[in-house]
Design a protein around this ligand. Structure first.
Ligand code: HEM
Ligand code: HEM
Length: 194
């Protein structure tokens, strides 16, 4: 299997990025909901589950940067037959997935008031302790962290985390199933067997 994309299929690197991100998304949700539903506040499990959510989230952020760079230097597999509207919808859907991933990672990082103990290996400083926070939030917006954190958390948790991200992934999954089982074309195979 080729590392790079070909006319017929995504290459192995793009497939690893795609399925790796999907799996990390699942972990990220599991850790944060495990923390909220099954742990008591201020217990070691509560802290570890949070830290795993942060570490996985940051990993998704690093992967999405590498993935976008890789995509820019790769051809896309040929599209399956379909109307112009279908192709446009697929393109917009994929761009929205990238955009939503970035929104989740950025709002997650800038709205978190603790350092990330990256898989218990090393510390990544919280946004509040970086020079960028002073430039954008303190000097630019004239806000404290507490004031800034509220709307950002609302976007991360209540708007995107709990709703929009799920809806988009559901739409994406349904489109993949529609191609595979109804249209019976190669869309799904391009991302799996090649
Ligand atoms: C793509 C990556 C991410 C996804 C899908 C995601 C998703 C979520 C979800 C679903 C919630 C809980 C929403 C609720 O309360 O209903 C949440 C909470 C949270 N996220 Fe993320 N997140 C991501 C990345 C990050 C990153 C990179 C950080 C910080 C470095 C972060 C920090 C937090 C924090 C601090 C909470 C609150 C935890 C709690 O109150 O229990 N997230 N996230
Ligand atoms: C739930 C299971 C999933 C299935 C069955 C699935 C299936 C697919 C398929 C078949 C493609 C290729 C579409 C085409 O070439 O027209 C694709 C592309 C894509 N998927 Fe998924 N996917 C899943 C989950 C996810 C998740 C969780 C994310 C991110 C949050 C995601 C993000 C993307 C992106 C960004 C692309 C576009 C790739 C590119 O063109 O660079 N997928 N997916």
């Amino acid at each position: 299997m080729s590392l790079k994309n070909t006319a017929d299929s995504y290459g192995s690197v793009a497939k690893w990025f795609h399925w790796g991100t999907a799996l990390l998304f699942l972990f990220s949700y599991c850790f944060v909901y495990y923390r909220q539903w099954f742990t008591e506040k201020e217990t070691p499990e509560n802290w570890i589950a949070l830290q795993l959510h942060l570490s996985v989230g940051i990993t998704i952020g690093v992967i999405v940067i590498l993935r976008i760079i890789w995509r820019m230097y790769n051809r896309q597999p040929d599209s399956e037959p379909g109307s112009r509207l279908e192709h446009l919808a697929a393109h917009i859907g994929h761009m929205m997935l990238y955009l939503f991933i970035i929104i989740m990672v950025v709002t997650g990082y800038v709205g978190t008031g603790v350092n990330t103990e990256y898989f218990m290996l090393f510390d990544i400083p919280k946004f509040e302790n970086t020079w960028l926070f002073n430039v954008i939030v303190t000097d630019g917006l004239g806000m404290t962290f507490k004031e800034f954190e509220k709307p950002i958390d609302f976007i991360h948790k209540d708007i995107f985390g709990a709703w929009l991200m799920w809806l988009l992934i559901l739409g994406h999954f349904s489109a993949a199933m529609y191609h595979h089982f109804v249209k019976k074309d190669r869309t799904m195979l391009k991302m799996t067997r090649g």
